[in-house]
Design a protein around this ligand. Structure first.
Ligand code: ARG
Length: 470
């Protein structure tokens, strides 16, 4: 459609003063971010209310003007949340859409809102406010996931299962101990999020375009109003900094790594061959062709999400590298990865929590796998060292021979007789049969952080104190 010259003039209402022609339609589409940055509307409006209140306190605008701006902005908030707001790509982004509407509602006073600020400090502030809120939600959902894992480990603190290295049976552990391993990982993840939140919590607004402003503004007042710990120190850094988003996405990448490992274990454990656990039906799907199937789709999706979450991190790191001071339009490319990461990491955590809450271990199958894997071989070697004073390397070798014997007989270490054992190590006595029992092996692992059920109970108590209080 051809635009009239009036339309063309109308185009760039906000910054069009020095322009004689309008943007090409192609460029308009390319340039605008409203499709994805409208998600920031609450933060943008809250930031603007705090800013205009400060302008009035500093006598840069009148109290009456502030109140009129505030009521206009509140109306806009309602319009957007009720989906009654017409977003325009001509107005590029959420900041200009809101400002333009403000002028429509309250008239020329609305044009004073942008005094002593720029979209550069505004957008940095909006993203920080938005991310801060998301971090709080994500951190809380991790805490809930930890709680669910701890509750499960309390039920299964003495349920034996094989512990693996190389996905080969290593030593027996308890299911509770295994789940608590993830509680530690998510604890570190929470720490990283809070750490990044703390560093992020400095207010960019008032840095203006890049150099600060000549108006007598009070940045501490705005920081206070918006819950920031203080204003940023350097105006150039403030408008060009996206470290906080990269930090958030790195922290999220580690969360995604941890979740994907647990997800992979759920896939393995629920597979026909392992059959260690039954996943809750409401987190699995059927096959359209194979009626017997119950596929671990939620776990598989969690296993796959690091693809986009790492991708988002790499995407923003690449945008930021080599960018000269200060703001560049390049930085508009930050939003989609940030939003996508926040959304998906939260979904992964919630789905994982849903699955773990309803997971049902199948103890017989875990025991069956333990019987096959010679998991007490280390106990046997340790016994030879401790009781017969055989050097560990030699004990290791002799144990290997005993394992081979059990393997040829197609039996477990627990089922070998004293005669069998003495055929390899002539001076072992009856006590060794006790050592080969799974239960005794697990209970003997009492070193700090070890898997003995009584340790697990202590670890649970400790984990509750460290992660769940407050
Ligand atoms: N939509 C822009 C962004 O997301 C807002 C900042 C625009 N600033 C500017 N100088 N063009 O980055």
């Amino acid at each position: 459609m051809k635009k009239s010259s009036l339309d063309k003039q109308k185009n760039n209402k906000i910054w069009g003063g020095r322009f004689s022609t309008s943007l090409s339609e192609l460029m308009e589409e390319f340039n605008s971010s409203i499709q994805f940055d409208q998600i920031l509307y609450i933060e943008d409006i809250n930031g603007s209310i705090a800013h205009s209140e400060m302008l009035s306190k500093q006598n840069i605008i009148s109290k009456k003007e502030f109140l009129s701006i505030k009521s206009g902005l509140e109306q806009i908030k309602k319009e957007i949340s009720n989906k009654e707001f017409n977003f325009s790509t001509q107005l590029e982004d959420i900041h200009m859409n809101i400002e333009n509407r403000l002028v429509e509602i309250i008239g020329d006073t609305g044009k004073k809102l942008h005094t002593a600020r720029s979209r550069n400090d505004q957008v940095a502030t909006d993203i920080k406010l938005w991310l801060r809120k998301k971090i709080d939600k994500i951190e809380l959902s991790l805490k809930n996931l930890q709680r669910t894992l701890i509750e499960k480990s309390e039920i299964y603190y003495d349920l034996f299962m094989p512990g693996y290295t190389h996905l080969q049976v290593g030593q027996p552990v308890t299911f509770g101990h295994h789940l608590l391993a993830y509680v530690e990982m998510f604890g570190r993840d929470r720490g990283r999020l809070l750490d990044c939140r703390k560093r992020m919590n400095e207010l960019p607004l008032g840095s203006a375009a890049l150099a600060g402003t000549s108006y007598p503004i009070d940045r501490h007042f705005v920081a206070d109003k918006l819950g920031f710990s203080k204003p940023t120190e350097n105006s150039m850094d403030a408008v060009s900094d996206r470290d906080f988003a990269i930090e958030f996405m790195s922290a999220s990448s580690l969360i995604a790594i941890h979740l994907s490992r647990l997800a992979e274990e759920l896939v393995i454990w629920s597979s026909d061959r392992f059959n260690f656990v039954k996943l809750p039906e409401n987190f699995t799907t059927g096959s359209s062709i194979m009626p017997q199937k119950r596929n671990p789709d939620a776990a598989e999706l969690i296993r796959a999400k690091p693809g986009r979450i790492f991708g988002n991190l790499l995407s923003l790191m690449t945008v930021m590298k080599g960018l000269p001071m200060t703001y560049g339009k390049d930085m508009q490319e930050d939003k989609e990865p940030i939003i996508d990461t926040a959304k998906n990491i939260e979904l992964c955590i919630l789905n994982m929590e849903g699955m773990i809450g309803e997971i049902e271990p199948i103890p017989e199958k875990m025991m069956e796998a333990l019987q096959k894997g010679f998991p007490t071989a280390t106990d046997l070697a340790d016994y030879l060292v401790k009781n017969l004073k055989i050097p560990f390397r030699e004990a290791h070798h002799l144990t290997g021979k005993i394992v081979l014997l059990a393997e040829t007989r197609m039996t477990s270490l627990e089922k070998l007789t004293l005669d069998d054992l003495q055929s390899v190590v002539p001076n072992v006595d009856l006590k060794i049969l006790e050592v080969l029992k799974i239960k005794n092996s697990v209970s003997s692992r009492t070193s700090y952080g070890g898997t003995a059920p009584k340790n697990v109970l202590k670890a649970i108590k400790n984990a509750k104190k460290r992660f769940l209080k407050g």
